[in-house]
Ligand binder design. Structure first.
Ligand code: HEM
Length: 323
């Protein structure tokens, strides 16, 4: 397909938009690097004493020693992580890889819910953009580790890295087969089947995200909640119920509740905190709005906008039914 153009040769605003979305995190990364943003000695959230609190870094759950691969044997203490810009780049790029993955998974529902068929033109760019960030994430990890044998043994020994690696292999297979020739060679049905891999691979990436977190899992919970909505929509669409304000509102509510349950379940398993207390915290708005509300709110927002758009521009099937 021509670069930034539709098949007709006309410039495609959708493709240009997708490219800008992909370039945004790279620009941000560059701006932060040039502005010294990755060199702050005590970057918050990157391994201060509170994050290594006993009992919160259970083995196998991304516990102490995450930064243990530093050349010279520096451990993941306060000064060590803060002084290690490569770790901050790994985290930054990892975060954006997950965000881009979710954006690429949102293309199919958005096409349908906003009756915007040309959005399909963005999917490859967004998917490849996410895969590129995953590649950078892995490459910077290798550079930071400084030694292939050490990296390989860490990947085998640390379960959260093993899970990340399996996801990485899946994304590599998806990227390698994302060109038109591969679709022709594999044939439509086999290609589609292979590309269903994106769902388990994203689930593994989210698990990796959870497991490397030491205390606060707000971000992985939020991303997982959005993923739950995206998967829930696909199931509903399969049964012909992917549109309509009531269906979408029910999906929003169910995704919000599932998000809260995932959060409570994670804290219970990782730290032993009473799940009832975590669930109850969802009803307190004193400090922050919990991810479950963001997920439910986003779902309701989509339901409202879709209702308005589809009333103004009905889907072809609806138009035919009305006629
Ligand atoms: C071999 C494959 C992978 C390796 C070796 C790897 C390595 C790492 C490391 C070392 C960290 C930082 C841990 C810390 O010091 O706190 C990390 C965090 C992370 N990784 Fe990976 N990763 C891999 C695959 C992936 C994949 C496929 C994704 C998703 C698309 C991903 C997304 C993330 C995210 C979102 C974070 C956390 C960012 C944050 O906390 O802000 N990783 N990874």
């Amino acid at each position: 397909m021509p670069f930034l153009r539709e098949n007709s040769g006309k410039l495609s605003p959708e493709k240009i938009g997708a490219l800008l979305v992909v370039l945004f995190p790279l620009g941000l990364l560059l701006a932060q690097a040039l502005g010294g943003g990755f060199a702050a000695p005590d970057a918050p959230g990157l391994g201060g004493p509170g994050l290594d609190a006993p009992g919160l870094g259970a083995p196998g759950l991304g516990g102490p020693g995450l930064g243990g691969s530093a050349p010279g044997g520096a451990l993941g203490g306060e000064a060590a992580l803060g002084a290690r810009p490569l770790i901050q780049i790994i985290l930054f790029v990892g975060d954006w890889a997950v965000r881009l993955l979710l954006v690429s998974l949102a293309v199919t529902p958005a096409r349908r819910l906003f009756n915007w068929p040309k959005l399909l033109l963005t999917r490859r760019t967004l998917g490849l953009g996410a895969a590129f960030l995953i590649g950078v994430h892995f490459a910077v990890y290798l550079v930071d580790t400084g030694n292939l044998a050490t990296a390989a043994s860490e990947i085998v020994l640390r379960i959260y890295l093993t899970i990340g690696f399996v996801a990485l292999l899946a994304f590599a297979a998806l990227s390698a087969t994302s060109w038109d020739g591969a679709i022709r060679r594999l044939g439509g049905p086999r290609w589609n089947l292979l590309h269903q891999l994106v769902y388990p691979a994203t689930a593994l990436a989210l698990l990796h995200f959870f497991m490397q977190q030491k205390l606060d899992v707000t971000q992985p919970v939020l991303m997982t909640g959005l993923f739950v909505w995206l998967m829930g929509w696909r199931v509903m669409q399969h049964y012909g119920r992917g549109t309509g304000f009531l269906n979408l509102s029910a999906l929003a509510a169910a995704s919000g509740v599932l998000t809260a349950l995932i959060e409570a379940g994670w804290y219970a398993a990782a730290t032993g905190i009473d799940p009832g207390r975590v669930l109850a915290a969802n009803l307190s708005f004193t400090y922050a709005i919990s991810p479950s509300w963001w997920v439910a709110g986003a779902g309701i927002g989509v339901a409202v906008v879709s209702e308005i758009v589809l009333r103004l521009r009905p889907l072809p099937a609806r138009r035919a039914a009305r006629a």
